[in-house]
Design a protein. Structure first.
Length: 298
């Protein structure tokens, strides 16, 4: 009895089709489904007053709406009975808004545009951005050297903090846009007064008084930017937007572009690869199709 074999090319096509639809379903679900995880943290550093304190973290909404008026999301939050709710991650998809164009044409927020370009193009923590000095920039090799953060407390004022782990010390390549933005920042700060904090001086980003900016300056700036943007745009930005949103967007974009996870972990300064891999869950249909095409061409 003669056996009929299926051509290898046809088998490969069937396999690719299955992989494609699996990726498609997974990415659509991953970006639109509500998932709930519970993490219990125990530490002797937590004050007794916070025993049993519940924090609900809402992350990566990506323009999605879960029921009319986000009813499903609100119900889940209500069921968890949190003491506080924090919202983090990507509130919007990168293609939905054009903040940089808006800032370019706005007389108030134009001066902050280069800082937003740098945050979007480096994934720096806001405290790392605030701590940057002239000596941290290597324009010849187009590298940003990161080995400290600038912070400020109400009690002690400005202070420098070193990374808690070795992974926080790293070099970040400058893209063309970041290279140009940093050049403009240096040009604009010429003649600034000398301020030294824990041995560091010539900070890049200064407030109107000539003192280094800190995270609170950017939180206030984003609050005003969002409010003004939403007044003249039908597709509004979320009311709560922070510098960390840009760091998260940077990481997600590189993950979707297929960057090696270990390389992305290095750039982000993550101490744990699991933190980096989490961003690869924020895939899109476009990234799934591109991966499919790459596999077929192999």
């Amino acid at each position: 009895m003669r056996k009929h074999s299926i051509p290898k090319a046809l088998v490969k096509l069937y396999v690719m089709i299955v992989i494609f639809f699996t990726l498609l379903i997974w990415t659509i679900w991953g970006n639109t489904a509500l998932t709930v995880g519970n993490i219990k943290i125990s530490s002797s550093r937590i004050p007794p007053a916070f025993s049993g304190f519940r924090i609900a973290q809402v992350s990566d909404l990506h323009n999605a709406e879960f029921g009319k008026g986000n009813k499903k999301l609100l119900e889940l939050l209500s069921e968890s009975k949190p003491d506080i709710i924090v919202i983090t991650g990507d509130f919007v998809d990168a293609g939905h808004t054009d903040i940089l164009s808006f800032m370019q044409s706005d007389s108030v927020y134009q001066k902050y545009r280069d800082e937003v370009i740098i945050l979007l193009g480096t994934g720096l923590r806001i405290s790392e951005l605030c701590g940057l000095t002239e000596t941290d920039l290597d324009f010849e090799n187009r590298v940003i050297n990161v080995d400290h953060q600038l912070l400020r407390s109400a009690e002690t004022g400005y202070y420098i903090e070193k990374p808690k782990t070795q992974s926080g010390i790293r070099q970040i390549p400058m893209s063309e846009k970041v290279y140009e933005a940093l050049g403009r920042v240096l040009e604009n700060r010429k003649g600034a007064k000398q301020i030294t904090i824990d041995g560091y001086s010539n900070f890049l980003f200064l407030n109107r008084d000539g003192c280094p900016k800190t995270g609170v300056n950017y939180s206030n700036m984003f609050r005003g930017l969002v409010k003004k943007y939403n007044k003249c745009h039908e597709e509004a930005l979320p009311k709560i937007m922070t510098p960390h949103t840009l760091r998260h967007t940077f990481c997600t974009n590189l993950a979707n572009a297929g960057m090696n996870p270990k390389a992305l972990q290095y750039i982000m300064g993550h101490s744990n690869i699991a933190m980096t891999l989490n961003y690869y869950a924020h895939a899109t249909f476009a990234s799934a199709r591109a991966e499919m095409e790459r596999l077929i061409a192999a």
